[in-house]
Design a protein around this ligand. Structure first.
Ligand code: GDP
Ligand code: MG
Length: 248
């Protein structure tokens, strides 16, 4: 049985929201009794004081800060974050949670996600498209683009148990990530930018992962900083990814 949860936060210029989130993760770590919580902030060449905030934050769990200089994008940060955790003394039943650093997703949901992993899932997604989910404060345009992306993936690259292909808040069993690294090596995450989120699911499907979703309340209204997503580029990357993987 695993005892460790590693919460990985890819962070690029998140000085306005990071401390609030780290405090909530600390509260979660203090409240729960089941897991040993480790927090890894992957500061991706931020030009604000994200790195200092991460280093100075006083939290009720083990804390690591990885500085990448200069900024290389979300996919690289996720790749390096996963590699960092896999190089630590972890076992296959430990869990890696990746979530946005913008304080829009509650860390207390980690409890439900980890429980689903204990029950046998390899990947658990905090989903915007399950009963009980809510999206607060996101523009209609962003809601529409996310929904369309989901519809395209469901039609062309369906994965059993998955409705939300693009949300970054997920829990992964360490064993399934090890397996994907064995099979794909450095090609596990090839896409750049936000498209890597869907790519990770498609690659994990190929190594036989079991997927599950729990409903998430997305509190975009809490976000103080600007979104880092370039919508036009993400749409282009998404369509390319679907083309590569469709009907395989
Ligand atoms: N490491 C890294 N993280 C990034 C980059 N761009 C965005 N992110 C992070 O990816 C996550 C998602 O970005 P976010 O602005 O929350 O997107 P949105 O919530 O979809 O508007 C956040 O944790 C960002 O800090 C980047 O260039 N590098
Ligand atoms: Mg976000």
């Amino acid at each position: 049985m695993g005892n460790n949860i590693w919460v990985v936060l890819p962070a690029y210029n998140e000085s306005l929201d990071l401390l609030n989130l780290m405090t909530r993760i600390s509260n979660y770590a203090q409240w729960q009794k089941r897991w040993h919580i480790n927090l890894l902030v992957v500061n991706d060449g931020s030009t604000d004081n994200t790195s200092e905030i991460a280093k100075n934050a006083d939290v009720f769990c083990n804390k690591h800060v990885l500085d990448i200089i200069p900024n290389k994008g979300l996919a690289n940060a996720v790749r390096q974050g996963i590699n960092y955790v896999l190089s630590q003394p972890v076992c296959d039943d430990d869990i890696i949670v990746i979530q946005d650093a913008d304080d829009t997703q509650s860390p207390f949901l980690i409890d439900d996600m980890a429980y689903q992993i204990l029950k046998g899932s390899d990947v658990v997604i905090a989903s915007r498209y399950r009963d009980g989910a809510r999206i607060l404060g996101l523009t209609a345009f962003r809601k529409l683009t996310s929904w369309c992306a989901g519809a395209i993936f469901r039609i062309f690259t369906p994965i059993k148990g998955v409705r939300d292909y693009t949300c970054g808040f997920r829990a992964y069993r360490v064993g399934i990530l090890h397996k994907a690294k064995q099979v794909f090596g450095e090609k596990f995450i090839e896409e750049e930018g936000f498209a890597c989120m869907a790519e990770i699911l498609l690659k994990l499907k190929k190594v036989g992962a079991i997927f599950h979703e729990v409903p998430m309340i997305l509190r975009y209204d809490r976000k103080q900083g600007a979104s880092k997503m370039n919508v036009g580029r993400t749409i282009k990357q998404t369509l390319n990814l679907v083309k590569k993987h469709a009907f395989r």
